[in-house]
Design a protein around this ligand. Structure first.
Ligand code: CUA
Length: 318
């Protein structure tokens, strides 16, 4: 019957109008939410430059010598290289309120760069330079994390941004020298180790199976053979590449060279690893902690990570 058809038709049209209205409301809500998020947290989507040869990027001065550079009265540039499984630099200090430009790339696989408590979240791709600007207004510690699965020790790929209060008085004289004769060297050495080495070798020195060898119950054996002390210093300064074996387990993680650390920091991280976790009791009789002068003597030898591997093999540890 024609009358019924007409009524059905009207009902359907009414439902249609309701649904169209509902969808429009949803769209407006989504747009409003995006605006809200951007205005409250800021959008920090890394700006990527055109792809280049990864080796060319890594050879650029800013990435060959990554670190923090002051670029103005109140501005800094952080040149960072991500690699399995660390950010270099792994610890960054920035005064609150300064404008920070991050320039970042990856040396091996795709990593993520996320900074907790901020909107910073970028993908770091070999052959790409990601850059972004950010201003840390609140002093405190911010955790840098890799949020792209990049291998066995992905979950250990962490770093720290320390945002300092520029108004706080800095007591320079109280800075521990990290020298073994300094009464405070142990605490300072532990912080140096935790900042530089714990991401891979763990705070308890247990390492990561298959990637990074344990240091607990292993470091003392390394200072027994002649040349062992030099080898330890060289590993930290120049890094180590290639498979090694520790207690029957093969490790093939890449240790990055950390020549950017001061002589005192290199000595401190090693002394911590040599003394912590019960290692101290296993040290050879008459062992003297590694000094800053010893590190200074090994610097400038220009060794490659492959040279250091050869050096390790010559110790005949296994
Ligand atoms: Cu790098 Cu996950």
């Amino acid at each position: 019957m024609a009358g019924d058809d007409h009524a059905t038709h009207e009902t359907i049209e009414r439902y249609e109008r309701i649904w169209v209205g509902f969808s429009l409301i949803l769209i407006v809500m989504f747009v409003a939410l995006v605006f809200y998020a951007v205005s409250m947290h800021g959008a920090h989507i890394g700006h990527a430059e055109p792809r280049q040869d990864p080796q060319k990027i890594l050879a650029m001065d800013e990435f060959a010598n990554p670190g923090v550079v002051q670029t103005g009265d109140n501005s800094y540039q952080v040149n960072m290289v991500a690699m399995a499984f660390s950010f270099v630099p792994g610890q960054i200090e920035i005064p609150a309120g300064s404008e920070v430009t991050f320039r970042m790339t990856s040396r091996d696989v795709i990593h993520g760069f996320q900074v907790r408590g901020t909107g910073i979240n970028v993908e770091l791709i070999p052959g790409d330079i990601a850059s972004l600007k950010y201003t840390f207004d609140r002093p405190g510690e911010y955790l840098m994390i890799c949020n792209q699965y990049c291998g066995v020790a992905h979950q250990n790929m962490l770093g720290r941004i320390v945002v300092t209060d520029p108004d706080a008085v800095v007591a320079e004289a109280d800075e521990p020298t990290l020298e073994p004769e300094d009464a405070d060297w142990r605490g300072a050495a532990e912080s140096a180790y935790n900042a530089q080495c714990a991401a891979c070798h763990q705070r308890d020195g247990s390492g990561s199976r298959g990637a990074f060898p344990p240091l607990a119950d292993h470091m003392p054996a390394l200072v027994v053979p002649e040349g062992g002390r030099d080898y330890l210093i060289d590993v930290v300064l120049y890094g180590l590449a290639g498979a090694i074996e520790v207690k029957g387990v093969s490790y093939r993680g890449m240790m990055p060279g950390m020549a950017r650390l001061s002589d005192a920091d290199v000595a401190a991280t090693l002394n911590h690893a040599l003394h912590a976790w019960g290692n101290e009791d296993a040290l050879p009789e008459g062992f003297e902690p590694i000094t800053r002068e010893e590190v200074e003597q090994r610097r400038g030898l220009g060794l490659s990570p492959a040279d250091v591997l050869e050096q390790r093999q010559s110790l005949r540890l296994d």
